[in-house]
Design a protein around this ligand. Sequence first.
Ligand SMILES: [Fe+2]
Ligand SMILES: [Fe+2]
Length: 279
Amino acid sequence: MRTDSSSIKSLTLALGVLFLGAFLNGEGTLAAAKVFNPADQPIRFTVLYDNYLYKEGTKPDWGFSCLIEGTEKTILFDTGTQPQILMHNVEVLGVDLKKVDQIVISHDHGDHTGGLPAVLEKNPNVTVFFPISFPGEFGRRVEGLKAKAQSVDKSIEICRNVYLTGEMGDEIKEQSLIIDTAKGLIIVTGCSHQGILNILKRAKEILDKPIYLVFGGFHLGNKSDAEMQEILAGFRKLKVEKCGATHCTGDTQIAMFKKAFGENYVPMGTGRVIEVPVF
Ligand SMILES: [Fe+2]
Ligand SMILES: [Fe+2]
């Protein structure tokens, strides 16, 4: 290998360009402090609202809400039913709602939308994503509270590696959230009125990757044992690795998921924190 001064100079120059390139963003401006480095932190889910209690001191109530941190943007998925209970749990869990950048509303049921005005009062600097068939009044109310309203029709990427399924379902329109991680897809559901298996299939259509974890409400309280066996077979066929069934899934049905997943079952409830290492 030549070690004369000109080759050392070119090597130094190349390293310099590489180093500078690493600190430049797409627009070519210096943004070292703002560069999102997913390897820095795990993705962290905190259940803020749920029918079941996980951590003493939090309050359970019918509804669902989950904070997602460690993704490019901090996301609040659904907002529970009663603002007072949501805010109680937020306080007990030491959550700073001012850090939320995006709010995803799964569907237009009060146990998912109830806390939204209270959250926007505390932090209007957010974009609220909701299914396109919501009444127009919903978006106007969000904008009236000084936040940005964005209706969702088809699947979109709302920030790096985080996708929405787009609006699904017949009678009750609903969307779910998908995070593309190195471990596989993580799917968060509200009530799954569009069908939990339909959500899993849609997620795979969008990203064509293994499903690592799915959690949230699965809305299966009216399903018979035989129907549940079919659903569990669907989970197996789709090779879902871990699952946390909660909210409106149904007590008997939750027990069936626990049994079927064994050590890969992820217990849920208010105050539950799930950390997934890195993208
Ligand atoms: Fe619900
Ligand atoms: Fe619902």
